[in-house]
Design a protein around this ligand. Structure first.
Ligand code: ADP
Ligand code: MG
Length: 387
């Protein structure tokens, strides 16, 4: 049979359970025609919004096809990611599901490119055609997909290192890609080749999205929860948030001996760090700071509390507090910038991330939470099934 008939046959079989609409099948057939793919095999994953298929190129290398569903219902709750997102001001039609889905697929492609450009581990996006995103396949030579972090069997002695890798990744994502994942959890990270690979970035938002800090806080809560459950000593939500958002991490203050420094980073071969292109020293420095913070006990706000109670209470308060990314909403940026210039930066939790605070000024004990304006965020607390 011709390649096309063969493909049609295989597409038929692959999709009998998860019916693809005729238009999507035409897109796949055209990809065969252009020699990008040769056959579509089984479904790696069926989700609410997309299915992921394994495919082979004509030269038998593996690819992943993420095919977004074009039914309108499941995309309704995506409005929260889109509102306030300047890239979506135009060209987002809530009434045309095909167009909507195309926008999400294209967004995932662009975001994956940004991750890769920053040297982060993620699938390589190859092309997007309407609702079909073609990317490199994360798996083994036989075509078995690598497990999600949730399902991965990880040697216990590696988990602490992976926690570090995760936080450095989120920091790089924030400062270099200028993105917040916004659905980060053990469901959207693959354990591949002994490292963490970030996937599912179609809903990721710009770091200046009005809810970017809420999304980031949720992301970090998932990270802290997952690694704590695995017995890793974590920073705690507030400190991890600070670690990720601080524009400038404290410099080594000179009290460290060269031996201290070398001991802390000794086991950090370059391969253990995200391969950041132009800024490898930042990842190394950040890892050093992270290890120092991890070795310190959590800062105490109230001496009457034990450190543990204090840390978890502090986190609870922080988690409930509302931090808005939009300066216009609650804050007066000129007033705040003037206050910072006068050295009165207390209470400006967000100031450091905006680069307003001179480094080292944002001591943990100076940070006060900004009271929540509404309870909207609490309603989502139980919603940790972030598939
Ligand atoms: P969804 O929106 O359905 O959550 P994801 O992007 O998270 O879509 O992909 C769903 C699943 O498909 C993932 O959990 C993972 O198991 C698998 N998957 C996604 N991308 C790849 C890839 N590039 N290589 C291998 N498996 C992948
Ligand atoms: Mg997912």
């Amino acid at each position: 049979p011709s390649a096309h008939a063969n493909m049609k046959d295989k597409a038929d079989r692959a999709t009998t359970e998860q019916v693809l609409d005729p238009r999507t099948r035409v897109i796949l057939l055209k990809m065969v025609g252009r020699g990008l793919i040769d056959e579509v095999n089984g479904c790696v994953s069926t989700g609410k919004e997309a299915n992921v298929y394994h495919a082979l190129t004509p030269t038998q290398s593996h690819l992943a096809l993420k095919i977004y569903k074009t039914s309108i219902l499941v995309f309704k709750d995506r409005d929260k990611y889109v509102s306030g997102e300047h890239r979506f001001r135009r060209g987002y039609s809530r009434h045309n599901p095909r167009k909507m889905v195309r926008v999400w697929a294209e967004k995932e492609m662009r975001n994956l490119k940004r991750l890769r450009a920053a040297g982060l581990r993620a699938p390589e996006p190859l092309e997007v055609r309407e609702n079909v995103l073609v990317m490199s396949f994360l798996g083994d030579q036989e075509g078995w997909a690598s497990p999600r972090l949730k399902d991965a069997v990880i040697p216990e002695e590696q988990t602490a290192m992976l926690y570090e890798e995760m936080l450095i990744t989120v920091r790089t994502l924030f400062h270099r890609c200028r993105l917040v994942h916004a659905d980060l959890s053990e469901y959207n990270v693959l354990f591949h080749d002994h490292h963490l690979y970030i996937i599912d970035v179609s809903q990721s938002v710009e770091h200046d999205h009005p809810s970017a800090f809420d999304f980031l806080r949720n992301d970090l809560k998932n990270v802290e929860d997952f690694f704590s459950r695995r017995g890793v000593k974590c920073l705690g939500l507030r400190r991890s948030f600070e670690f990720v958002t601080r524009e400038v991490l404290p410099e080594l203050d000179g009290t460290e001996s060269l031996d201290d420094v070398q001991e802390l980073v000794a086991d950090l071969g370059d391969s253990d760090l995200p391969p950041v292109k132009s800024n490898a020293s930042d990842a190394r420095h950040a890892t050093f700071i992270l290890r120092r913070w991890l070795s310190e006990s959590p800062p105490q706000l109230d001496e009457s509390l034990t450190p543990d109670q204090d840390a978890s209470q502090e986190d609870a308060v922080f988690f409930r507090s509302h931090i808005t990314r939009s300066l216009n909403e609650v804050f007066d940026p000129e007033r705040d910038a003037a206050a910072v210039a006068r050295g009165e930066n207390r209470g400006l939790v967000y100031a450091d991330a905006l680069g307003l605070v001179p480094r080292d000024d944002l001591k943990a004990s100076n940070v006060e939470v900004i009271e929540e304006a509404d309870t909207e965020f609490d309603d989502d607390d139980d919603d940790d099934e972030s598939e």
